[in-house]
Design a protein around this ligand. Structure first.
Ligand SMILES: NC(=O)c1ccc[n+]([C@@H]2O[C@H](COP(=O)([O-])OP(=O)(O)OC[C@H]3O[C@@H](n4cnc5c(N)ncnc54)[C@H](OP(=O)(O)O)[C@@H]3O)[C@@H](O)[C@H]2O)c1
Length: 221
């Protein structure tokens, strides 16, 4: 069994989730409330290591009234254990799981991280996301919010592990061939291989447009 995974992201009209310098303040204030309501509802929230290093996020519920117990369990996908010990994702506001790769699990840094987080090893050089999902489900995470970035988003959708996409499109354009898009990774070669979606809902919040899609043929339907 695997968690029901909702990918949530904010992008500019040209599909960027950050500028080439890593700046990623995209959502309007109304959208941030929507995001925090979703964080409140889910059991877990997951990001890739580059998002942690770039944004130093807390990944807690802070824009709506909430208690510490309302914060989702945080999951960082970090094969080599690069999460800095003084970063907010390791604070005491919620439990944290760091998913590492087997090749690095004996590293001194990962041993240190284990004082602050639950360490889950899988895969060889990179985290095995299928095994990670099974583990998270067993830990009680039945619903998981995926909050990026582009590389992890692509690996997750390629593996068929995303059930739903909730997307905020802000009326902004930033361009830049090196700016991160909603899905990067290695990509597919042909349109016929693309992951198919079904639009379920769309509405405006503040200045932004929200689109909600079901991902067709995900592994845990
Ligand atoms: N606008 C938004 O909604 C939003 C949301 C989140 C993030 N962002 C932006 O996204 C950017 C970061 O995106 P990113 O693509 O550079 O990084 P990312 O997706 O956050 O992290 C990718 C890293 O995760 C690790 N990883 C381990 N196992 C993996 C696997 N099986 N598949 C994929 N990744 C795996 C890899 O590093 P190791 O090999 O070292 O483990 C990989 O390089 C930041 O600029 C951030 O601000 C925007």
């Amino acid at each position: 069994m695997k968690p029901y995974v909702i990918l949530n992201a904010a992008m500019t009209l040209d599909g960027k989730i950050a500028t080439k310098t890593g700046s990623s303040e995209i959502s309007c204030k109304e959208d941030l409330i929507r995001v925090h309501k979703l964080r409140y509802e889910v059991d877990g929230i997951m990001v890739g290591i580059n998002t942690v290093l770039e944004d130093n996020p807390k990944l807690t519920v802070s824009k709506i009234p909430a208690k510490k117990e309302d914060n989702p369990i945080r999951v960082v996908v970090d094969s080599k254990g690069k999460t800095p010990l003084n970063y907010k994702v390791l604070n005491d506001m919620a439990p944290t799981i760091i998913a590492v790769a087997n090749d690095y699990k004996e590293n001194k840094k990962i041993k240190e991280l284990s004082k602050y987080a639950d360490i889950f090893p899988s895969g060889e050089k990179q985290v095995n996301l299928v095994e990670l999902m099974d583990y998270l489900y067993k830990k009680g995470i039945k619903t998981l919010m995926l909050e990026g970035g582009s590389t992890l988003n692509f690996s997750m959708i390629k593996e068929g592990l995303i059930n739903e996409i909730r997307l905020c499109i802000a009326p902004m354009v930033v361009g830049g061939k090196d700016a991160k898009t909603l899905f990067d990774g290695e990509g597919f070669d042909y349109m016929k291989d693309s992951v198919k979606l079904e639009l379920k809902n769309s509405y405006n919040t503040g200045k932004d447009l929200i689109l909600e899609y079901k991902v067709l043929n995900s592994k845990n339907d």
